[in-house]
Each structure stands twice: as C-alpha cells, then as structure tokens.
Ligand binder design. Structure first.
Ligand SMILES: [Zn+2]
Length: 125
C-alpha cells in the first residue's frame, strides 16, 4: 500500500530498501515530524530524494548503520536534493533547524542525514 503522507511524499519513498520479502521494516511508518521536516525542505529547495529512509535490522547492519540507528524507528532519512549540493543542503538544514534534530553531512556519499530526535546533534561521516 502506498499512501500520500504529505503534498510531495509517498510512503513508498521511505520504505526499507532491502530485498527480503520478510522485511519487518514494512510495519514501521515514518514519523509525522520527519515527513513534515522533509516537506519543509521540499518547499524551500525543490525535489528531495530519499536515499535511505526506514531500515529493518538486517538492512541497517548490511549498510553499516549504528546499532541504535534512528532509521530503525522511522525518524531518520538520508537525503539528496535534486537542485542543491549536499554541502549546501547541510548548511541550509543547520540554519533552518537551529539547535534541533540530528544533522550529518556525508561528503563522500553526497547525502545528508536528518533525524527528528528530541535533542540536537551535528556530525559528519
Ligand atoms: Zn528490510
């Protein structure tokens, strides 16, 4: 089932990218806060590509995610913007959401991680 979660985001865009038919990432939905943050980014910067959204445990391990990864709980996404470089996207996020959320710039992957944790965290990887 593919649901429209906001003006520009469908539930399928957040789904675990593993090929396991028994993937239990299917039972997790992205948090409303995460969807709303991504919609804000979309409204400001144009199309957003979700490179990695929800991950089941196995997929998270396979891609080298940390054991308590926010991706396991539907509150994180690694994203790219169609029209904005990842470095600029990271800078924008930090100024758009000061002292909020987890924001991490992945220079080699050309992506930015954002999660809607209750405290603020900033790092690069
Ligand atoms: Zn999975």
């Amino acid at each position: 089932m593919n649901r429209q979660l906001s003006r520009n985001f469908l539930s399928s865009e957040f789904r675990c990218k593993c090929k396991n038919p028994d993937c239990d990432g299917k039972v997790i939905s992205p948090s409303h806060r995460l969807v709303s943050v991504l919609q804000t980014i979309r409204d400001d910067l144009g199309p957003v590509i979700i490179v990695s959204g929800i991950r089941c445990q196995q997929h998270n391990e396979r891609v080298g995610g940390s054991s308590g990864s926010k991706h396991l709980f539907g509150i994180a996404a690694d994203i790219r913007c169609q029209h904005v470089k990842a470095s600029k996207l990271a800078t924008y996020l930090k100024s758009r959401f000061p002292n909020k959320y987890g924001i991490a710039y992945n220079a080699s992957g050309g992506t930015v991680h954002i999660d809607v944790r209750s405290r603020s965290a900033r790092w690069s990887y």
